[in-house]
Design a protein around this ligand. Structure first.
Ligand code: GLU
Length: 310
């Protein structure tokens, strides 16, 4: 994909309003796309209704607008794309790579070793369901080939799916599609050449590359940004009470996000208007200035709700 025109994306899950951590991911992906004269798409990853918050998808888009982000083309909603995800499952099934799994979360926890992203599935249902068990989820069979990729920020990454993850779920027991499947289908469907996102997804990337290979889809380039954490080292999120971005303060939040990403914005820029801030940001963006770290404590305590302040 080296010579294809740059196509990047921001893919929020509408589990709550945007906060400083999601602003960092939006900003990093946007500025990388702009610096390559590329296209920047927004995809709403609304395939996990139990975790979603009513109104969050619209609130996210309004916040992006208020902050001056301009996306190309219509927003893609994953909730409308089940047919494509089902077609991919059918292909994997026909290729003998998909199998039904009857294990409950508790059964897995009782037998599994801890892996890099939760318990390593011990393969209980791999060779067929035990008698009298009913299928709950659908898993893809992995192998022990090492998956290696070069991350533009974090460097060379390696993972052995059999050792570190195990066969993973593509369709959940509650009937919803797994993020790992939907993201792979849509990155390909949208022609994404470059994925820029938070390093909390670094350990997911080998699963996504594996699926791309099995589904004959191209592998984009990856750059995983440091994630913003609170002083306890927890990623800013709804669970850790990250404060929603204020619609009225775009310049100061964007200035802080530029600073967080190592771009060294001049102090005076914090007092400028939004147009000036964006002009500076596009002209001075350097991906190589981003700290090569998985996580950084967000300095400004205002990113976190009062209840979690020290
Ligand atoms: N929807 C995912 C999230 O908000 C991000 C997916 C991605 O960038 O690949 O964490």
């Amino acid at each position: 994909m080296a010579n294809a025109p740059y196509r990047g994306r921001f893919a929020p899950s509408p589990t709550g309003p945007l906060h400083f951590g999601s602003l960092v991911a939006a900003l990093g992906s946007y500025l990388e796309a702009k610096c390559h004269n590329g296209t920047w798409l927004v995809r709403m990853e609304d395939i996990d209704p139990p975790r979603e918050m009513p109104g969050a998808a619209d609130a996210i888009l309004r916040t992006l607008e208020a902050y001056g982000f301009e996306w190309d083309g219509p927003v893609l909603y994953q909730s409308l794309r089940s047919g494509l995800y089902d077609a991919a499952l059918t292909k994997l099934r026909n290729d003998g790579l998909l199998y039904p799994c009857a294990c409950t979360r508790k059964e897995i926890m009782d037998f599994a070793m801890p892996g890099v992203d939760g318990p390593i599935y011990p393969g209980t249902c791999r060779d067929g369901l035990p008698p009298d068990r009913v299928p709950r989820a659908w898993r893809v069979r992995v192998d022990a080939a090492e998956i290696i990729f070069e991350d533009a920020i974090q460097g060379t990454m390696r993972q052995n799916l059999a050792r570190d993850i195990g066969d993973f779920v593509l369709k959940r027991a509650d009937g919803f599609f797994a993020y790992q499947l939907a993201v792979v289908i849509d990155d390909a469907a949208q022609g994404i050449t470059h994925v820029v996102r938070g390093s909390d997804l670094l350990d997911s990337t080998p699963r996504q590359i594996y699926l791309q290979q099995r589904l004959d889809l191209p592998t984009p380039s990856y750059a995983h940004l440091p994630v913003a954490t609170n002083i306890a080292g927890e990623k800013l999120s709804k669970q850790t009470l990250a404060r929603p971005l204020e619609l009225a303060q775009p310049v100061s939040a964007l200035w802080q996000a530029l600073d967080f990403l190592g771009q060294q914005p001049p102090q005076a820029l914090a007092g400028e208007n939004l147009a000036e801030l964006w002009k500076w940001a596009v002209a001075h963006w350097h991906i190589e200035h981003i700290p090569k770290q998985r996580a950084i404590v967000a300095q400004d305590a205002s990113h976190v709700s009062a209840t979690t302040k020290p």
